[in-house]
Design a protein around this ligand. Structure first.
Ligand SMILES: Nc1ncnc2c1ncn2[C@@H]1O[C@H](COP(=O)(O)OP(=O)(O)O)[C@@H](O)[C@H]1O
Ligand SMILES: [Mg+2]
Ligand SMILES: [Zn+2]
Length: 367
C-alpha cells in the first residue's frame, strides 16, 4: 500500500457527485450554478467531517470553471486546477478558530473591494465562523450587507447557535447532517479497494460505528488500521476492535447476561477478570452504555436489529435480540442510568473500577 497522503485528504471529493450524503445541498448548489443564481453568502452548518470545507471548494470551482457541465466543475481547466492544487489567489480561506480572525477580516474588508485577480468570483471561506470575535463578526456583517457582485462568502460552522442571528439571516443556510453507518461503510469500501486492502465488511462496520458520523474520522481510523495491518491478508472486525481498544461484543453480552440474572458477585468478578487481562475500564463503561442502549432501542422496536448492530455477527445479533426480549424494562432503564453515572464518576475516581462495581451493586441488589 502506497499512501503518502493521509486518506482523508487523498479522497477529498472533487465534484458534487462525489459528496456522500448531503443530497439536498448538492442539488440546490448545482442548480444555482447551472441557472447562474449564485448567492453571495452561504452558511454551511453541521458536524465536523461532514463535507463542509469540501463542498465550499467544489462550489468555488464550479462558479469559476471555464467549462462547467450541469453545474459540476470539469476539474481540468486552469481555474479548477489552481483551486485543486491550493494555489488559487481568488479562493481565500480564513480559519476563525486559529486567531479568531481579527486581522483576516480586516484584510478581507480591504481586499474585498478589489476584483478577482483571475477568476470570475472571489470566494471567501470562513471556517468555524462562530469563533470570530465580536469586532470581526461585525465587520463581516457590514460586508455581507452590501457584498460586491464579484464576491461569494461561505461561512462554515459546527456551532450555528453561537453565530449572531443578523449574520445567519444574511446567508442562504444549508444544514449538513452526520453521515450514517451504511454511507460511511460504502465510502470506506471504495477507498479500501483503491488502496488494494482486504478488509471485511464487518470490520468496516465497526470502524464506521466508531466514527460518530464523521466521514473524516472514519477515514482517519481506516488510515490507522491500514498502516497498522500493512501486509495483513484479511482484516476482520476483531482486529479492529483490538486496535481501537473497543471492548469485544461477546464480553459486553456476557456481562449483561450476568447482570440481568442479578448475579451480583459473579458480575463484579467477571468485570475484574477482564480488567486484569488489560481491558480499558473507561472504554468498557462507554461500550457497555452503548450496548445497553441497543437493548433498550430493540425493546422498543425489534425491527431495528440490523441497523443498530453494525459489525455484530449473526450470533451476537441473536443474543442481543434475546436479551432485549427478556430483560425487564424498569431494570434496564435503571441499569442504564447507573452505568452512565459510573462512566462520568470514573473520570475522578481514585479506584477507577469502583464506580462500575457500585453500578453493578445498585443495578442488581435493589430491595
Ligand atoms: N460528505 C462527504 N462526502 C465525501 N467525503 C467526505 C464527506 N465529508 C467528509 N468527507 C471526507 O472527510 C474529509 C474532511 O471533510 P471536510 O469537507 O473537511 O469536512 P468538514 O469541513 O465538514 O469538517 C474530506 O477530505 C473527505 O475525505
Ligand atoms: Mg472544515
Ligand atoms: Zn474547470
Amino acid at each position: 500500500m502506497a499512501t503518502n497522503l493521509v486518506l482523508y485528504r487523498k479522497y477529498r471529493p472533487q465534484s458534487f457527485r462525489e459528496v456522500v450524503g448531503q443530497d439536498h445541498v448538492v442539488q440546490t448548489l448545482k442548480n444555482a450554478v447551472r441557472g447562474n443564481l449564485i448567492s453571495h453568502a452561504y452558511l454551511f452548518s453541521g458536524p465536523r467531517g461532514s463535507g463542509k470545507t469540501s463542498m465550499a471548494r467544489i462550489l468555488a470551482k464550479a462558479v469559476n470553471c471555464k467549462n462547467p457541465k450541469e453545474g459540476e466543475p470539469d476539474n481540468t481547466c486552469d481555474s479548477c486546477k489552481e483551486i485543486q492544487e491550493g494555489r488559487a489567489l481568488d479562493l481565500i480561506e480564513i480559519d476563525a478558530a486559529s486567531n479568531r480572525g481579527i486581522d483576516e477580516i480586516r484584510d478581507l474588508k480591504e481586499g474585498i473591494r478589489f476584483a478577482p485577480t483571475k477568476f470570475k468570483y472571489k470566494v471567501f471561506v470562513v471556517d468555524e465562523a462562530h469563533q470570530l470575535t465580536k469586532e470581526a463578526a461585525n465587520a463581516l456583517l457590514k460586508t455581507l450587507e452590501e457584498p460586491p457582485s464579484h464576491a461569494i462568502f461561505v461561512l462554515a460552522t459546527t456551532e450555528v447557535h453561537r453565530m449572531i442571528p443578523t449574520i445567519i439571516s444574511r446567508c442562504q443556510r444549508f444544514d449538513f447532517r452526520k453521515l450514517q453507518v451504511p454511507e460511511i461503510v460504502a465510502r470506506l469500501e471504495n477507498i479500501a479497494a483503491k488502496e488494494k486492502a482486504t478488509i471485511e465488511k464487518s470490520a468496516l462496520q465497526v470502524l464506521a460505528g466508531h466514527s460518530g458520523g464523521s466521514l473524516r474520522d472514519a477515514e482517519s481510523l481506516l488510515d490507522r488500521v491500514l498502516t497498522f495491518h500493512q501486509g495483513t491478508k484479511n482484516i476482520d472486525a476483531k482486529a479492529i476492535q483490538e486496535l481501537l481498544g473497543i471492548v469485544e461484543v461477546h464480553i459486553l453480552s456476557e456481562f449483561v447476561d450476568l447482570l440481568s440474572a442479578k448475579k451480583t458477585s459473579q458480575t463484579v468478578q467477571f468485570l475484574n477478570q477482564n480488567l486484569e487481562k488489560g481491558m480499558d475500564p473507561q472504554e468498557f463503561a462507554k461500550n457497555l452504555v452503548e450496548y445497553l442502549r441497543r437493548v433498550l432501542i430493540l425493546k422498543l422496536n425489534a425491527e431495528l436489529l440490523e441497523s443498530i448492530s453494525p459489525g455484530f455477527t449473526k450470533e451476537q445479533q441473536e443474543k442481543l435480540a434475546e436479551q432485549a426480549k427478556n430483560m425487564e424494562g424498569k431494570f434496564l432503564t435503571e441499569a442504564l442510568k447507573h452505568f452512565m453515572q459510573a462512566e462520568k464518576d470514573m473520570r475522578y475516581a481514585d479506584i477507577i473500577q469502583l464506580p462500575l462495581e457500585l453500578a453493578i451493586v445498585d443495578s442488581t441488589m435493589k430491595e
